[in-house]
Design a protein around this ligand. Structure first.
Ligand code: 3PG
Ligand code: MG
Length: 398
């Protein structure tokens, strides 16, 4: 896939760039609790400023559903962003019309304005053509740097790209390159690790992956569903027992496509999910009581996974292997994450991870900076793993 990048954008001095960023950051009482998404936008903003462009930042925050919801204003982002940029950031009360036009007009070359939450307009999510055109009126070029919102076909992520010369920003470019290295055009053998609670939310993803990967390790609560389907006692563990048939279909499909499925061969069991709870290792197939819950992968499963990682050239990871928020049930996730990070650092494994919980789990293991790439996207990362085209990315294609 080829898309236009900022390398293709010339003569920007005095021009205005409308830059779609994802500032949908976690916030508590008007304070940003994790500014990662602000930081990833800096290279694009700085590159445009250095080229002498005016930068108008366009973003959504939360889900105001087309109404002005004051608690969902982007205003609290202004000060932290100015601090990170080391220069002032203006704010416009609306993302289209008079206030936006005036704020941009008043900028010097290299100046930055943040436009108010684009989802205050119902026309945004409707991907309304006139609304997209009024966004386009603000600027000379459009830059999309919001991979994590690219699964939405909205006016600010998709529609506007048809009204202006459109380019991928630096963060978007890095995401697309990393994803291509992991699944589009990877070095083989490729291993996937998919964890998390439910099979039902990751069905499309599992079906797509078994057709693309050499090995797929399944962990977390969803592994319980597979074990249950194969007649293995899972006691009172979390599982979607009504998904057993679907799980068996995925097992059969993996076999047909030559993808080796790695399911847990042992696990860590406890009767309560509490920090430091009494936990015991159990080999798959042994009887469990109805109080027993499988909360992590066991040592033999982890050993097999480490071996499989060492034998692979590419890793794509989504979802933890156990209840990593509650030690000791973080052991498998932490051990596997550290091994993957060590291989990536040694340059022998391309390791890409993404999706909400995965990023927290990698931070918990202390290796988020050591993988080859960690995506800041949640839903967009999952849809990409499902093999679905992302409208915001498609719109940037040459
Ligand atoms: C995200 O936080 O995953 C993106 O910003 C998309 O937000 P949305 O799920 O509200 O569209
Ligand atoms: Mg979301």
């Amino acid at each position: 896939m080829t898309f236009r990048t900022l390398d293709d954008a010339h003569d920007l001095a005095g021009k205005t760039a409308l830059v779609r960023v994802d500032f949908n950051v976690p916030m508590e009482d008007g304070r940003i609790t994790d500014d990662t998404r602000l930081r990833v936008a800096l290279p694009t903003i700085n590159r445009l400023r250095d080229a002498g462009a005016k930068v108008a930042l366009l973003a959504h925050f939360d889900r105001p559903k087309g109404k002005i919801v004051p608690s969902m204003s982007l205003r609290p982002v202004v000060a932290p962003l100015a601090e990170l940029l080391g220069s002032p950031v203006r704010f416009a009360e609306d993302c289209v019309g008079g206030s936006a036009i005036a704020a941009i007009r008043d900028l010097d070359a290299g100046g930055v304005v943040l436009l108010e939450n684009v989802r205050f307009h119902a026309a945004e999510e409707a991907n309304d053509t006139e609304f997209a055109a009024s966004l386009a009126e603000l600027a000379d070029i459009y830059v999309n740097d919001a991979f994590s919102a690219a699964h939405r076909a909205h006016a600010s992520t998709e529609g506007v790209a048809h009204h202006l010369p459109a380019y991928a920003g630096e963060s978007m470019r890095r995401e697309l390159e990393a994803l291509d290295a992991a699944l589009g055009n990877p070095k083989k053998p490729v291993i996937g690790i998919v964890g998390g609670a439910k099979v039902s939310t990751k069905l499309d993803l599992l079906k797509n992956l078994v057709g693309k990967l050499d090995r797929l390790a399944i962990g977390g609560g969803m592994a319980n569903t597979f074990l249950f389907a194969q007649g293995i006692d899972i006691g009172g563990s979390l599982a979607e027992r009504d998904m057993a048939e679907t799980a068996l279909e995925i097992v059969a499909e993996a076999e047909r496509r030559g993808c080796q499925l790695l399911l847990p061969v042992d696990f860590v069991v406890a009767t309560e999910v509490k920090p430091g709870a009494a936990a015991r290792p159990v080999v798959a197939g042994q009887p469990l009581s109805s109080d027993d819950k499988i909360l992590d992968a066991g040592p033999a499963t982890v050993a097999r996974l480490l071996e499989a990682l060492t034998a692979s050239k590419t890793l794509i990871w989504n979802g933890p292997l156990g209840v990593f928020e509650v030690p000791p049930f973080d052991a498998a996730t932490v051990t596997v994450a550290r091994h993957a990070a060590a291989l990536a650092k040694a340059g022998v494994l391309v390791a890409v991870g993404g999706g909400g919980d995965t990023v927290s789990a990698l931070h918990h293991a202390g290796v988020a900076d050591d993988l080859t790439f960690v995506s800041t996207a949640g839903g967009a990362f999952l849809e990409w793993m499902e093999g679905k085209p992302l409208p915001g990315v498609e719109a940037l294609q040459r």
